[in-house]
Structure formats: C-alpha cells, structure tokens
Ligand binder design. Structure first.
Ligand SMILES: [Zn+2]
Length: 315
C-alpha cells in the first residue's frame, strides 16, 4: 500500500486520506506508510546494480558552471511567467492557503471539465513520453522491462475519469480501490488555469498509475533519480525519485503537447505552465518530495532542452 502526496508545502493534513485506502496520493502530507516504503524502495534499487540504467559503472553526470547559470536563468523565466501570465498555475503554497472550494463553484467546474477533456490527450502523451524516457535511459534493450512497460501502458489506458473532490483540496490522487479514476481536489482543479498546467499534473498522476502498486518501473525511476542527484547534488532517492520522474514525465508530456498544438503564445510561457506551480514563497520539502523550487531545478537539470527553450523563447 502506498500513500503519496504531491501538493501543499506546510500542513500535515491527513483527513482526506482517512476514509479511503489511497494508492497514490500527491500532496505533501507526510505519512508513516510512505516512510516505510521509501526504505523498501531504496533497498530494492540498491539490490540490482546490473540492470540497464544502473549508475554503478557509468561516469557520473555533472553540470558545468555555465549550465548551472543557464538553469537558474530558466527558473527565473518560469517564475516570472507565473506573475505575468494570466493563465499561469497558482503556486502550491498559495493554493494550500485558500479555503476549500465546492465542487459546484464555477472555477472548480471549469477545472474539472478541462481535466476530463484533456485526460485522453494526457494518456496518449504520457505513453509516448514514457517510451521516450525508457529509450533515453537504455531500457529498450531489456525484454523484462519491455514487458513491464506494456503492462504499465495498459494500466494508463484503463484510466477513464477525473473525479472532483472538495475534501482533497490541493491534492490529486489515484486510489487502489478505483484505479480508473483520478481524484482531483477542487482547489487544485481551479489553480491549474491552462491546458499545459493541467496536462502536467494529469501526466504526473498517470505516471504513478503506470508504475503501479508494485513499483514495476523502479529500474527506470531509480536511474532518473540517480541522474538527478548527480546533476543537482540533491538527495533524490526512494520515493523522491518516483515523484521527480512523474514531474519529468509531466514536463515532457507538456512539451509534446505544445509541439502538436502551436498557437500565438510563446513556447516559454506555455512550457513554464508545466512546472510553475512550484514557484512558491514557502519552499519546504519532506522525505518524499524535494522542495518545490528544487523540484523545478531537478526537472530542468534532467531536461536541458527545456532550459534552452525557456531561455531562447522568453520574450
Ligand atoms: Zn506524485
């Protein structure tokens, strides 16, 4: 059983998970069960150093001073757009401070309709992004992993519905008892004011679905976490590596969406929406999550193409 969290930077809320058995929960609620899982996951990751994507024999990647400076500039673009863009995503610390929003409120309704409309698109995008990521990390040559990938894609394909939930506030979750449904807090639905922002969170949740309740994609997830750790110097292992992989897949999905739906808005503005809910004032992480601003840092470190596009297309 897993309890995962995504959103909210400070409070230790647990009411939203007490009445159901959550499978995946994305918020910042720190749960005992998750702590146990982190240690299990880490042990598993360390027990199989010969799989593709293992970093046991490779040269550790690093970033030049120039790349680090460009990355920080790109973060500046993302968080400046958060202030300039009328459809920017609300920062998660700001979402968390808001009062609960009824399912029937216009903003929650609009968000729910957006999420349901984009769910088929997000499913398709996450499947292609997942295949791309697996290829980039060398897993296309592993027959075992390819079987796991097919099963993961089947799980994603089975997701059918977004369910708005006032109690879930600024969280999104997939529950073991209802794997075909993404439960979405109404504050979160209303706070993601663009298709790009919504797709990034849908893709994040769908990546958890893909991984399943047995961590079936753990070799890939660990490889991503190890690379992110090397590049940033941050501790990104265990559950943190899964969360950052979900975020990375979310950003990849949004980039693919932008390519397939060109419009008059700048690419930088649209790309920024995939990660700018992390432009918080109160920058706190926990055992399972990097802090929001370090989350942006790790996503951009893993995907230098995003850095280039954010910098080059900022105006
Ligand atoms: Zn998550």
């Amino acid at each position: 059983m897993k309890n995962f969290s995504r959103n909210g930077a400070t409070a230790q809320r647990s009411s939203a998970i007490s009445f159901v058995a959550p499978w995946r929960r994305c918020g910042r609620n720190l749960l005992l069960a998750t702590l146990v899982l982190v240690s299990l996951s880490t042990a598993h990751a360390q027990s199989d150093p010969t799989k593709p994507g293992s970093h046991s024999t490779r040269v550790r990647p690093s970033m030049s001073a120039e790349s680090k400076a460009l990355l920080e500039d790109a973060i500046g673009v993302v968080c400046t757009q958060a202030k300039l863009d009328p459809n920017s995503s609300i920062a998660i610390d700001e979402m968390q401070a808001r009062p609960s929003l009824p399912v029937t409120s216009p903003d929650a309704r609009a968000g729910a309709e957006r999420a349901q409309r984009l769910l088929p698109v997000a499913k398709s995008l996450i499947i292609s992004s997942l295949r791309q990521l697996a290829g980039e990390y060398g897993f296309q040559k592993s027959p075992t992993f390819q079987v796991k990938l097919r099963l993961a894609i089947a799980r994603v394909s089975d997701v059918r519905r977004v369910r708005p939930d006032m109690e879930a506030r600024d969280n999104a979750s997939v529950y073991l008892s209802r794997p075909h449904v993404i439960t979405f807090g109404t504050i979160f639905l209303a706070g993601l004011r663009s298709d790009e922002g919504m797709i990034s969170v849908l893709a994040h949740e769908l990546m958890h679905v893909a991984d399943g309740d047995n961590d079936s994609l753990r070799p890939l997830v660990s490889a991503v976490g190890n690379k992110a750790s090397d590049l940033t110097g941050l501790d990104i292992h265990g559950q943190r590596s899964e969360e950052i992989t979900c975020d990375l897949i979310g950003a990849m999905a949004v980039r693919a969406y932008i390519v397939s739906t060109p419009d008059y808005e700048s690419i930088a503005r649209r790309l920024a929406r995939s990660i700018q809910h992390n432009c918080v004032e109160l920058d706190e992480g926990d055992e399972d999550h990097l802090s929001p601003r370090n989350t942006i840092r790790a996503i951009l470190a893993l995907n230098p193409g995003l850095v280039r596009e954010l910098i080059n297309d900022r105006f």
